[in-house]
Design a protein around this ligand. Structure first.
Ligand code: SF4
Length: 266
């Protein structure tokens, strides 16, 4: 079974129909990036991102905002994929790199500090696409690549954007663990997984530290390599939003407890 891109027949009116030409399956990770950054499938989200980029926040008035869909970034040999929700309007939608530019102590810094402590990142902050950040053994992506109003993508927008994650995964053949940063990312991964195998119902429940072993699912090509290979584990982790970190719902110690259990290196 291959991780093929599937052209869906139609969507809610806010998402462009994918009748007509099939979604192309790029031949390299860089080609996937190009496809993502030029995507216009969701008119509502594209209009919102462009609008934010044009209006800007006063603190960033000297920036030329990215304003386009944000691809994943990290180590192509990663064993762990960290999956977030979507770019922040004045974070990744401004900088063009996921979990980057969320401000001092924001989501990106909290996540990067934890990745640094666990040995996945060479820096403990994520400010700017030219800050020298290098990930080793980790790749970070978002379930939805365009910043949504109020951080709330519609189900159709999530579904449309999962094709991009599917395409990226086809070029990340060593990923064996997916860390879902928040319930929306968890649910999005299960939705993507259900395109390939039968996901049990009721669906596995999201929680911080929750683990769903995907290797036992019927139809899982366990042990196979390349684009046919499925990651083995889904791990839940509360999102590093200020709302969670400032209220103590999630702490650095809680992140360390999850991250130190993840595979690193070869
Ligand atoms: S959210 Fe995803 S599918 Fe929709 S326009 Fe952005 S990149 Fe394309």
């Amino acid at each position: 079974m291959t991780f093929l891109l599937v052209a869906r027949q139609s969507y809610h009116c806010s998402v462009k129909s994918r009748k007509g030409p099939r979604f192309r399956h790029p031949s390299s990770l860089s080609a996937v990036t190009t496809q993502i950054t030029s995507c216009e499938r969701c008119p509502r989200l594209r209009a919102y991102c462009r609008g934010v980029a044009a209006a800007k926040r006063a603190a960033y008035r000297d920036w030329t905002y990215w304003g386009r869909p944000v691809p994943g970034f990290g180590d192509p040999r990663a064993r762990v994929l960290f999956l977030g929700l979507a770019p922040a309007a004045h974070g990744a939608n401004r900088t063009g790199r996921v979990f980057t530019g969320d401000g001092r102590g924001g989501s990106g810094d909290f996540l990067m500090a934890a990745l640094h402590r666990a040995g996945f990142a060479n820096r403990d902050t994520s400010d700017h696409p030219d800050d020298g950040l290098v990930l080793t053994g980790a790749y970070i992506a978002a379930a939805v690549r365009c910043a949504p109003p109020q951080n709330k993508p519609t189900p159709d927008e999530v579904s449309a954007c999962l094709d991009h994650l599917e395409a990226e995964l086809a070029h990340l053949p060593r990923v064996d663990t997916v860390v879902a940063l928040g319930k929306i990312a968890w649910d999005a991964w299960l939705q993507l997984l259900s395109r390939r195998v039968a996901v049990p119902r009721p669906r596995p429940v999201f929680g911080h530290g929750a683990v769903f072993d995907m290797r036992a699912l019927p139809g899982t090509p366990a042990g196979s390599r390349g684009s046919a290979r499925l990651p083995g584990r889904l791990v839940g982790c509360y999102h590093p939003s200020r709302q969670n970190t400032n209220t103590g719902k999630v702490t650095a110690r809680m992140y360390d407890a999850v991250f130190t259990s993840l595979p690193t290196g070869d």
